[in-house]
Write a protein that binds this ligand. Structure first.
Ligand code: PLP
Length: 452
């Protein structure tokens, strides 16, 4: 399997190269040249497989020529040793909780597998890497946790100080060792811009920079798996029953995993792409005109405060178009085909708060702000299209544990979400982090000083 840049100006590379590089030299994102497919019979059999076995089947299609099967099997087994609750709310509408990993967000699914894959390839070649990651809260902790203590990988995480909760910050800053955390008085987009500049900087090549953001193809492939898993557990797989997914979206890595699953043969009736007030994507899907939002809007679903989703270039390429890293479209995508597969809606903070209250009071279901955007988006879609049967299978994704956002939930529901074991004890640990300005030269000097 080869991987090509969405900008189509660099040479195709192998999976391991795409994984270790992160971004392509032409600043595009790597995509597999062809999307592999499962037969219906293979998919129907997933009902008999555990999550980590399904992960192994999916990953095999993308990397089997570069990794012994027993190594890949070990990696998937070690990565997925936690629960994936599918909670029925009403009729056949479910919440899939991807919050039981070690840092309590869905980012664990990708980070744990990607960390192990990188480590495998570095061990083979005696290599080393410096991972740079911008985070809106959850990527930083998931990546830091997944790479913590590895001796051939250093991790630098940039986060916007005022956009993460105290618990989210402490999950990153209490680790130390090979994990280096930088706080910025700015927005997630600014953090991402600094990181992207460093990747493109020829004077930093010797640092062996790589990315753990969802621009890395190694994050995307693990995020295909839970769509197959949910379907295998809930659908009538023998008749290839279709399913609707609702995905609360920011940088669109989660959603791209889903769209890849669809292209691989999963019978998805519709993906609902629910954004917060950063509505550049719903506007684009409706009008065909793309305008990024600068600066991005601050919403309570802070991990989705993204004014220009990196992975949009991948989506556009999957539908035959070309979008560069600035968001400029030079070849139009097939918008009709995109609208057939996707529905997108923007959910404002008022609606998000109402949804948290309503789902708790009416259904006893505790959602945090991101999951609430997804759940509200699903209902916008069901209200928008007449005639969808009550029996239609729908799964909305809850991307983080409510205990990561205790402030908002306390205000709305007057209760303190129970803290899962993964988040316990953070309040008493020492924090290690540095402050960074917005100037790229300062960031570059830090990298050269610390790692040069
Ligand atoms: C990262 C994140 C999202 C957005 O996921 P994308 O892949 O960036 O679209 C949603 N919810 C939570 C809790 C997150 O951490």
């Amino acid at each position: 399997m080869l991987y090509l840049s969405t900008n189509r100006k660099s040479d195709p590379v192998s999976f391991s190269e795409a994984l270790l590089r992160g971004q392509a030299p032409d600043r595009g994102l790597y995509m597999p040249v062809t999307i592999p497919e499962f037969s219906r019979a293979t998919m129907a059999d997933f009902v008999n497989l555990s999550y980590d076995e399904i992960a192994f089947r999916v990953a095999t299609l993308y990397m089997e020529d570069e990794l012994p099967a027993q190594e890949l099997r070990r990696i998937t087994r070690e990565s997925y040793d936690f629960n994936i609750p599918l909670e029925r709310v009403t009729d056949r509408k479910y919440i899939m909780r991807l919050d039981q990993g070690p840092t309590a967000s869905f980012k664990d699914f990708a980070a744990r597998m990607m960390g192990r894959l990188m480590q495998y390839y570095l061990d083979q070649s005696n290599g080393r890497l410096l991972i740079l990651t911008a985070t809106s809260g959850d990527t930083g902790s998931a990546v830091a946790n997944a790479f913590y203590g590895l001796d051939n990988i250093q991790v630098v995480v940039l986060f916007p100080r005022s956009e993460v909760t105290e618990r989210q910050r402490r999950q990153m800053t209490t680790l130390g060792k090979n994990v280096h955390i930088l706080a910025l008085d700015s927005k997630f987009d600014d953090c991402q811009t600094l990181v992207k500049k460093a990747f493109a900087d020829q004077e930093l090549v010797h640092l062996k920079l790589s990315s753990a953001n969802s621009i890395n193809i190694g994050r995307l492939i693990p995020q295909i798996v839970y769509y197959f898993y949910a379907w295998s557990r809930l659908a009538r797989t023998d008749v290839h029953e279709n399913i609707i997914f609702s995905v609360p979206s920011g940088n669109f890595g989660d959603m791209m995993g889903g769209v890849l699953a669809l292209k691989m043969g999963l019978p998805v009736k519709k993906f609902v792409i629910a954004t917060n007030e950063n509505d550049e994507f719903p506007m684009y899907l409706n009008s065909g005109i793309y305008r990024k939002i600068e600066p991005s809007r601050n919403c309570i679903s802070s991990a989705m405060n993204v004014g220009h989703p990196s992975n949009l270039a991948r989506l556009v390429s999957l539908y035959g178009g070309l979008m560069d890293e600035q968001g400029k479209i030079t070849v139009e995508a097939d918008m009709e085909a995109m609208r057939k597969d996707l529905f997108s809606v923007s959910i404002d903070d008022t609606k998000t708060r109402e949804t948290i209250q309503k789902s708790y009071r009416e259904n006893g279901v505790l959602l945090e702000p991101h999951g609430a955007v997804g759940w509200a988006g699903l209902h916008e879609y069901l209200d928008h299209v007449p005639g969808i049967s009550k029996d239609q299978l729908c799964v909305s994704i809850e991307t983080a544990h409510p205990a990561k956002f205790p402030g908002e939930i306390q205000k709305l529901l007057e209760l303190e979400p129970a803290v899962p074991p993964s988040l316990e004890g953070l309040d008493h640990k020492t924090e290690f982090y540095s402050n960074l300005g917005l100037d790229y030269r300062e960031f570059k000097a830090y990298l050269l000083d610390q790692f040069g």
